[in-house]
Write a protein that binds this ligand. Structure first.
Ligand code: HEM
Ligand code: HEM
Length: 193
């Protein structure tokens, strides 16, 4: 999109912002748990931290489903007129990849947990069905791919954060501000609406 949008469309909707920051927070927490939980081998028992990893992962999956279904019905703010085309295109590709990984990573984790015979609960009494039978070989493979893609997600999130900072520090535009809470986004920005 090369045209600037009306001022009313220059910010993300509060629901989009809330879901964005909720998912970002949960993903950060999830890596914290993944890096502190015991290494997972063939005979690892389901301890407290691993169990927390499964529940937080299931919450991420749910939040991402809500986010995507909301996003499909509400478009994002239009491009900022000064934004270079290559950057806009790069942002689209990055955001698309983030959504895909945010869906696939929890699904593979769920499959891996099922293969180990671990129950995944969203809430203490809300247990999700197993995706694969206990002992399934493809479930163990899913575990390896899960861990690999989780690091791919981390790498793309790092690129995404670098792009947000590039907008703010080098281009001095409103791209970061329109994803921040309204109060924070008006602090020190040149032409907030
Ligand atoms: C975006 C969400 C998620 C992220 C970022 C994530 C991240 C990770 C990471 C980094 C590891 C590797 C830990 C290590 O190096 O030892 C891991 C392992 C694992 N995660 Fe997740 N995870 C997510 C969601 C889930 C979900 C939803 C489940 C299950 C319901 C799950 C189940 C597992 C299991 C079973 C393993 C061990 C895999 C294996 O080696 O077989 N994860 N996760
Ligand atoms: C796990 C962490 C994160 C994930 C998974 C994530 C994911 C996403 C996704 C999927 C979008 C596209 C929204 C849409 O149009 O539908 C987006 C937008 C955005 N994110 Fe993040 N994000 C994360 C962290 C961050 C952080 C830490 C920052 C700030 C430093 C940030 C700044 C932004 C901005 C400014 C936009 C709007 C970009 C634009 O309008 O072109 N994000 N994010």
């Amino acid at each position: 999109m090369s045209q600037d949008s009306p001022a009313s469309e220059r910010r993300y909707h509060p629901v989009a912002k809330a879901l964005h920051w909720l998912v970002a927070l949960l993903v950060a927490l999830q890596f914290g748990i993944a890096w502190t939980m015991p290494d997972i081998g063939p005979h690892t028992k389901l301890g407290r931290l691993i169990s927390l990893h499964l529940t937080v992962g299931a919450l991420i999956g749910l939040a991402v489903l809500v986010r995507i279904s909301w996003r499909l019905r509400h478009s994002a703010p239009g491009a900022i007129a000064t934004e270079p085309r290559w950057l806009r295109l790069g942002a689209r590709m990055t955001h698309g990849t983030l959504y895909v990984l945010l869906l696939i990573v929890p699904l593979l984790g769920w499959a891996a947990a099922s293969a180990r015979g671990w129950q995944v609960s969203l809430l203490p009494r809300l247990i999700l069905p197993a995706l694969l039978p206990r002992g399934s070989k493809s479930g163990f493979l899913a575990g390896d791919v899960h861990a690999f893609l989780a690091y791919a997600l981390l790498a793309i999130v790092a690129l995404h954060i670098a792009a947000a900072l590039y907008h703010r520090i080098i281009l001095h535009d409103q791209v970061l501000a329109r994803m921040l809470p309204r109060k924070a986004s008006t602090l020190g920005t040149p032409d907030s609406t």
